[in-house]
Write a protein that binds this ligand. Structure first.
Ligand code: NAD
Ligand code: UDX
Length: 463
């Protein structure tokens, strides 16, 4: 079966970039990305491709090339479902904030709504692709909804989790380590798998396209994120021990990373991992393990989150302690608010939690981030509901310029590893600050020797 029309439900950080790349690489396939959020779709359709709602290096160029040719963004979900042979579900699956599994399980209400809408609209057979990250065995629930509420047409459910990382989404999509497709072992299931393999084979080597059963595919996504996050918590745990013993975590990471069994990637000690995926997916894994009565498995993975929370709290405590045990009315300049460089995404960013801790200590936070707006920073703090919105607004100052943000500060804290921070005129920043001028480098990206020669009191992670 050859696919000619694809619909993707969800125009977010995954749906947008993924479909833009499919459209670019498969000019014969019409790709329509739909969303309930009218503003988001309007932003994707902004005549100036630089104004699309998601910042990812290289993305606006791809959108500019494909949009209007075979890539479309629309709010007409029914029409796109009706026309497509293959429908990707790429909606959000956040941690539940209510009811059973609150704070742990994935909230599948958006997934269920999609399934019911597809069932209602579909008049021909469809292949439904799970692109969202889902608990293992979700395909069973989707299939049940489709078969019980549909119009008697046949549905094949595939699992095709997305492994892109934000900030490198385009590069990851163009050159993925692997594509994973899980499907039924029946003849129809295999046909559906082959149809999706053929889409990716337009630009990905066949030997990188892995096919499995549905459950292995669903569980592999949670497993991959758990392993990745575990590496960060492992190196962060060592960073605390390094600080006590005179070892340097950068040197330790280098030494262990040269062991080919360990490998050098994902060993960067930091203020703690953020992003919309790691915490959510591990909590979900812990919840699933508990629901099968596997308490040791659940406890094992939960420790990754406990360690990450500790690392964030440790960073804010260190700032307070170092500043003579009080930051009340002191200006602390934050360089970076995004959860990592090269993205405007702030979900679960460590910066939010560090700011919240310091505001509790009555500090004044002044922030510069090259891609994050003040409105978003305020919303992030308000979401925590620690204090009134006025309280947050009064404690937060934002700047379009790092030098302004640092002027008159008692300390600078680096929360995101944006490249531009490395090349600043640090002498100029030092001259404008209160003395002693402290730096807390939550990403270990600055040249500590140079900063100390200027006069800064430098604090990195794990040394
Ligand atoms: P997102 O919040 O950026 O986008 C989801 C979009 O879906 C939103 O725009 C929302 O309005 C829309 N939506 C929700 N319900 C809808 C419905 N019924 N009909 C139409 N639109 C609807 O989320 P995201 O970051 O793109 O993540 C999507 C999924 O992909 C999640 O399951 C996530 O775990 C997974 N994932 C994310 C990443 C990442 O880096 N962000 C990477 C891999 C996998
Ligand atoms: C992650 C996975 O990498 C990706 O495969 C999956 O599809 C979605 O979740 P993402 O969250 O976008 O991607 O970015 P990632 O590069 O994994 O970084 C996550 C967090 O870990 C960031 O806050 C980053 O700064 C931090 N990190 C990463 C470290 O602290 N140290 C490291 O060595 C690597």
């Amino acid at each position: 079966m050859k696919i000619t029309k694809i619909c993707c439900i969800g125009a977010g950080y995954v749906g947008g970039p993924t479909m833009a790349v499919i459209a670019q690489k498969c000019p014969d396939i019409q790709v329509t990305v739909v969303d309930l959020n009218e503003q988001r779709i309007a932003d994707w359709n902004d005549p100036n491709p630089d104004n699309i709602p998601i910042y990812e290096p290289g993305l606006s160029e791809i959108v500019a090339e494909a949009r209007g040719r075979n890539l479309f963004f629309s709010t007409d979900v029914d029409k796109a479902i009706d026309e497509a042979e293959m429908i990707f579900i790429s909606v959000n699956t956040p941690t539940k904030t209510y009811g059973k599994g609150r704070g742990m399980a994935a909230d599948l209400k958006y997934i269920e709504l999609c399934a019911r809408q597809i069932a209602r609209v579909a008049k021909q057979n469809k292949i439904v692709v799970e692109k969202s990250t889902l608990p293992v065995r979700t395909a069973e629930a989707i299939k049940s909804i489709l078969d019980n509420t549909g119009n008697g047409v046949q549905f094949q459910i595939l699992s095709n989790p997305e492994f892109l990382a934000e900030g490198t989404a385009v590069a990851d999509l163009l050159n993925p380590d692997r594509i994973l497709i899980g499907g039924d072992v029946t003849v129809e299931g295999q046909e559906a798998i082959n149809a999706l393999v053929d889409v990716y084979a337009n630009w990905v080597d066949k030997d990188k396209i892995l096919t499995t059963n549905v459950w292995s595919s669903e569980l592999s996504k949670l497993t991959a994120n758990a392993f990745l996050a575990q590496r960060i918590s492992s190196i962060n745990a060592m960073s605390e021990l390094c600080e006590k013993t005179g070892a340097d975590v950068n040197e330790v990471a280098r030494a262990i990373g040269m062991d080919s069994r360990i490998g050098p990637k994902f060993l960067k000690a930091s203020v703690g991992f953020g992003g919309s995926c790691f915490q959510k997916d591990i909590l979900n894994l812990v919840y699933i393990a508990k629901s099968y009565g596997l308490n040791e498995v659940a406890d094992y993975w939960e420790q990754v989150i406990i360690m990450n929370d500790h690392q964030k709290r440790r960073f804010s405590n260190k700032i307070v302690q170092t500043l003579y045990n009080t930051v009340a009315d002191k200006k602390i300049a934050f360089l970076g608010w995004a959860f990592k460089k090269d993205t405007n995404d702030t979900r679960e960013s460590a910066a939010i939690y560090i700011a919240d801790d310091l505001i509790n200590e009555q500090a004044k936070i002044s922030v510069y981030d090259p891609k994050v707006s003040r409105v978003k920073m305020q919303a992030d703090l308000n979401y925590l509901e620690t204090r009134s919105e006025e309280g947050n607004n009064d404690s937060l100052d934002t700047f379009n310029n790092a030098y302004e943000a640092c002027k008159g500060a008692h300390a600078v804290a680096v929360l995101t590893e944006w490249d531009e921070f490395r090349t600043y005129d640090w002498q100029k920043i030092y001259d404008s600050m209160h003395k002693p001028a402290f730096i807390f480098d939550g990403r270990n990206i600055l040249d500590s020797k140079h900063l100390e020669s200027i006069g800064f009191v430098y604090n990195g992670i794990g040394s």
